[in-house]
Write a protein that binds this ligand. Sequence first.
Ligand SMILES: C[S@@+](CC[C@H](N)C(=O)[O-])C[C@H]1O[C@@H](n2cnc3c(N)ncnc32)[C@H](O)[C@@H]1O
Ligand code: SF4
Ligand code: SF4
Ligand code: SF4
Length: 440
Amino acid sequence: MKQFALTKDILLRKESFGGLVINRKTFMHKEISQTEYEFLNNLGKCAGYLKPAILLAQNTTGKKVKYHKFLRDDIIEEKTTDEECCISIVNALTSPLEIALYPTLRCNMSCKFCFVKNVNKKDNVELPLSCWTDVINQAKDMGVFSISILGGEPTLYPDIISLLECANESGMNITITSNGMNVPQEVLDAIVRFDNVVPVFSLQSMSELNQTLMGGDYHRTIETIEYLMEKKKKVRVNSVYTNQTLEDFYGIIDYCILHKVDRYSVGLYMDINKSNKNIKNHTFEEARKLDEELKHYVSSRHAESDFMVSIEGCMLYTGYPEYEHDIRRLTQYEKIYYGCRAGRTKLEIYANGDVFPCICFENSIQPVSNIVNNSLEEIWKNDEYMKILRKGLPMNMECEKCGYSIICNAGCPAVRQQIHKSFECEEKDPRCALHSEVTE
Ligand SMILES: C[S@@+](CC[C@H](N)C(=O)[O-])C[C@H]1O[C@@H](n2cnc3c(N)ncnc32)[C@H](O)[C@@H]1O
Ligand code: SF4
Ligand code: SF4
Ligand code: SF4
C-alpha cells in the first residue's frame, strides 16, 4: 500500500485504528478516524483542496485549527479502493515507522559493550548499494517516518555517500550513527550537504574512560563533531549507560551545551551478548535515577539553556511503578508505540539483507525474511517472527497483575528468547523488579 505525504513535512498514514498524521520535523502526531483519513487522503490527492488538508494536518504542530468544519457528511464518502485497502495488522502499525539499516558490520573500534554479535567477523556478507536504495524507496512509499543507518561503522561501507544521497532525497528523517573516529573527509562533506541526514556520534566520556570502553581517544570524535559544527551542521551525541560516573555525563553535557550540540541521549545498555566483560549493567531504577540527576544538573547548572537530555531504551517505565495504572489511558497508537516496538513499529535489516524485528534477536533467532528475496511490504505483513510478537507472548501471574502488561507483555521478548530459547515460556524478563511479591 502506498502511503501519502500531504506536504513535505506532513505525513498521512492509514492505520488499523483509522490513521495517523505526523509532523516529520517535530514528530508531533495526531490519531485520526477512518473518516478523517479518507477526507484528508482525498483532499490531499486533489491539489485544489490541499489547503484545508494542510490546515487539518497542521493540528499536529500544536496550532489550534478548527478542522471539524471540513468534515461534513455530504463531502466525504467512506470508501477505500482495492489499491489502497489497509491490511489491518492487529497490535502493529500498517507499515513500520522506523527502519534500521546495517550496511556493514565492519568496524574500526572494539567497544566492550557493543551488542552487534557479528562485528568484524570474517565471513560477513555486504549487499550492494542497489539493494539498499531499493529498500529506501520501498520504505518511502510505505510511509516510513525515519531510517537509522547503523552498523558496524556505517562510514566504512564503500558506497555510503550514495546510500546517504538516496536516503536524503527520500525526504524521510535520516540519522547516521558513527563512532566519529577517522571518518573520511568526503563522507563528512556529504553529511554536511544532505539536509535530511542528521549525524549522531557515540561518545562515552571526555576522559580516558572513552579509550577503555570504546578503544579510541575521544578527541578524535570531538574533532569530527567540531568540523561538522563549523559547517553549521546539526549534530547529536549518544552514550550508552555503562561504567560512567555522573561526572562523565556532566562533562559531556557541559560540552554539548557550550558547543550547541542539538541533542544528547543516553541509551540503556542492552547486555544481549552476555560476552561483554567488566561492563556494568544498571537496573531500571538506576536508569530513572540517572535521568533525574542529569535533568537536575541541566536545570541547576545551565538554567538559561533549554538543552534536553534524555535516557532512552525499552522498559524504562518499570522504573516508575507509580504510573503503572495511568497506562490504561493510552490511546491505541500509544499502546503500540510505548511497548516493544519489534515488528510493531520497527524492523531492522542486517548487512546481508536478513530482517530482524529488532537487532536484539540477533543471537536467538534465524531470520526467515531477506530483502533480496521479499519486498518490504510482504515482510512487514508476513514475517513469521513478527506475527508471533504481535500475537503477544505468554505471561505469568506477576505480569497478569501488572498495569504495564497492556504495553509490556512480560518484558523484552528478545531477552526472554535469549534465556529460554522459546517463545512459549511464561517466565518474565528477569530485569523487571515489579510484582515479584506475587509469586513469593
Ligand atoms: C551498534 S552502533 C553502530 C554505529 C557506530 N559504530 C557507533 O558505535 O556509533 C549503534 C549505537 O548502538 C550503541 N550501542 C552499542 N552497543 C550497545 C549496547 N550493548 N546497548 C545499547 N546501545 C549500544 C552505540 O553506542 C551506538 O550509539
Ligand atoms: S563503534 Fe559501534 S559498531 Fe563498532 S564496536 Fe563500537 S558500538 Fe560496536
Ligand atoms: S511485571 Fe511483567 S508486565 Fe509488568 S512491567 Fe514487569 S515484565 Fe512488564
Ligand atoms: S525486542 Fe526488546 S529491545 Fe527490541 S524493541 Fe522489543 S523490548 Fe526493545
